[in-house]
Ligand binder design. Structure first.
Ligand SMILES: N[C@@H](CCC(=O)N[C@@H](CS)C(=O)NCC(=O)O)C(=O)O
Length: 271
């Protein structure tokens, strides 16, 4: 998907690029990295997910699923990060030449597992939301999958569900690692493309939780290469609150001591 008809008709009169996004959201990171690669400025509309701004009627009139990102380009509304990055880069052969449909679809599919693992291994360090805020989210957000996800997170994810997410994520990373085994510099070939952009936030995120990337050396070397690009700094790192990596590292160390970090789950522990 795609371009969609906005429920909020005022979006149709917006000129230029407007991005509704969240600083730490991996899907928003993809779009910001692409815009930075293209040298495009955009009007930033921050949606504070911690304050449940995505559950407001106003935001749900912009994005029908009540998630970020949403992009308006000269009055046209686009959702779905993997579609957005291909749309905005459509006239940029340097970013589209090595676009790989299979790896882009995989990046899209990987989102649900990234979300679950992020909540389990990173966001869980935060105190749960006050009961009134949680109840209000259930009343006001129309996305039933997201509402159920929040309830499941509050109740504690089943360890089998967490392990299944780890297995699928590792399978995906091993596919990328195998692609890179032929010596190519980038995921789609010898040029940097939207395919790399789509996967950069995923590797960045899993590094924060101590993922065993030593098992995928080609992918590790690829990430070191792409992380040197100014777009990684400007589109991703600069939006991340400075203290966040340290707090996540402390939490990950605590989970490791307790034997509940990502490496302690059966997929890695029994390998
Ligand atoms: N498939 C969508 C997924 C969008 C999505 O799930 N966004 C997340 C942030 S990356 C979100 O808004 N989550 C809200 C929440 O967890 O409450 C895309 O790629 O744009």
């Amino acid at each position: 998907m795609p371009e969609i008809e906005p429920k909020d008709k005022s979006l149709k009169s917006l000129d230029g690029l407007h991005l509704w996004h969240a600083p730490m959201s991996s899907c928003s990171q993809r779009v910001r990295i692409t815009l930075t690669e293209m040298g495009e400025e955009f009007e930033s509309h921050i949606v504070d997910l911690g304050k449940n701004e995505h559950a407001t009627r106003e935001y749900q009139a912009i994005h029908p699923n009540g998630v970020v990102p949403a992009l308006v380009e000269d009055g046209s509304l686009w959702i779905e990060s993997v579609d957005i990055i291909q749309h905005i880069a459509r006239d940029r052969p340097e970013l589209m030449a090595a676009a790989d449909a299979e790896l882009l679809n995989m990046a899209d599919d990987a989102q649900a597992d990234l979300k679950l693992l992020t909540h389990e291994f990173l966001f869980k360090m935060n105190p749960p939301p006050p009961p009134e805020a949680a109840a209000k989210f259930q009343e006001t957000h129309e996305n039933t999958v997201l509402r159920q996800f929040k309830l499941d997170f509050a109740a504690g994810f089943d360890p089998d569900r967490i392990n299944a997410s780890i297995v699928r994520t590792d399978d995906g990373f091993r596919i990328l690692d195998a692609r890179l085994a032929d010596g190519r510099e980038f995921l789609g070939g010898d040029t940097f493309s939207v395919t790399d952009v789509a996967w950069m936030p995923n590797v960045h995120r899993m590094k924060l939780m101590g993922w065993p990337f030593e098992q995928t050396a080609n992918l590790t070397a690829w990430f070191e290469r792409v992380a040197e690009r100014p777009s990684y700094q400007k589109g991703l790192v600069d939006w991340q609150p400075e203290k966040v990596p340290g707090l996540f590292a402390d939490y990950t160390a605590k989970r490791r001591t307790e034997g509940t970090d990502v490496r302690s789950f059966p997929h890695f522990a029994s390998a």
